[in-house]
Design a protein around this ligand. Structure first.
Ligand code: UDP
Length: 237
């Protein structure tokens, strides 16, 4: 039997992953499918943290460009991530996966506040812990939140679930000859400005030796396959 490469992982889900046809912000069907992928991986014995974005509902930077003060717009964006976290929690619990949501912005009636040691305990008990509200401060993103929580929770890797199957040397939608990297270094991602995660998140992962695995979570079975070293992905390391 081979020893799995990773035991505890953090899954970063962009808000857009939950979107449905016609601009529907949270598609119940797609959220249920994503939840099933998470449940399948959980059932294989992995410890799972999840960080959800909010871009399907609200992005601070876009709203600031239209006149809302940046910090206020960012707080609105963080609230959007809490909505997504609750949607993912709901979908997971409907298929029998025990979960807790912890928010970086305390909101006692809705979910737990982020408490690292409590999150640790949840993981030990086999619960999936969903972290909401990014780092809890404006001028950051949930990519940075994901890198921070991955470091704090001592995750072996950060899995970035998207709707593309990895990192390309050019935009595959515009450049037909674009090729996907199997592996790529943190420094190349930063120097070539490859669209993986924002620069502060990449730097935080680099400084803490956390590999970033970019993969398509919308493809059935791919999350589990990538974890077991098959599946299609790009590893930033
Ligand atoms: N945000 C923030 N601080 C954080 C995390 C998020 O201010 O620590 C705000 C920011 O406005 C961002 C929005 O929340 O645009 C939604 O998060 P993000 O854009 O990272 O979501 P994703 O692109 O992953 O869906």
């Amino acid at each position: 039997m081979t020893t799995p490469r990773f035991k505890r992982i953090l899954l970063k889900l962009s808000g857009e992953v939950l979107m449905g046809e016609g601009g529907l912000a949270i598609s119940p069907e797609i959220t249920a499918r994503v939840a099933q992928e998470i449940a399948d991986v959980r059932a294989q014995g992995y410890e799972l943290c999840v960080v959800v974005g909010g871009g399907n509902i609200f992005r601070g930077l876009s709203a600031a460009a239209k006149g809302i003060e940046r910090a206020t717009a960012d707080y609105m964006g963080m609230l959007a991530t809490v909505m997504n976290a609750l949607a993912v929690q709901n979908a997971l619990e409907q298929i029998g996966v025990d979960t807790r949501v912890q928010s970086a912005i305390p909101m006692a009636s809705v979910c737990e506040p982020f408490i690292r040691r409590r999150a640790e305990r949840h993981l030990e008990k086999g619960r999936v812990v969903i972290f909401a509200a990014g780092v809890g401060s404006p001028f950051f993103t949930t990519d940075s939140g994901a890198a921070l929580r991955a470091a704090e929770m001592k995750c072996d890797a950060l899995f970035k679930g998207t709707s593309v199957d990895g990192v390309y040397d050019a935009d595959p939608k515009k450049v037909p000859t674009a090729t996907r990297y199997e592996t790529v270094t943190y420094s190349k991602v930063l120097s070539d400005d490859l669209k993986v995660m924002d620069a502060s998140a990449i730097a935080l992962c680099r400084d803490n030796n956390i590999p970033i695995v970019v993969f398509n979570i919308r493809e059935h079975g791919n999350f589990g396959a990538v974890l077991s070293g098959q599946g299609v992905s790009t590893i930033v390391q």
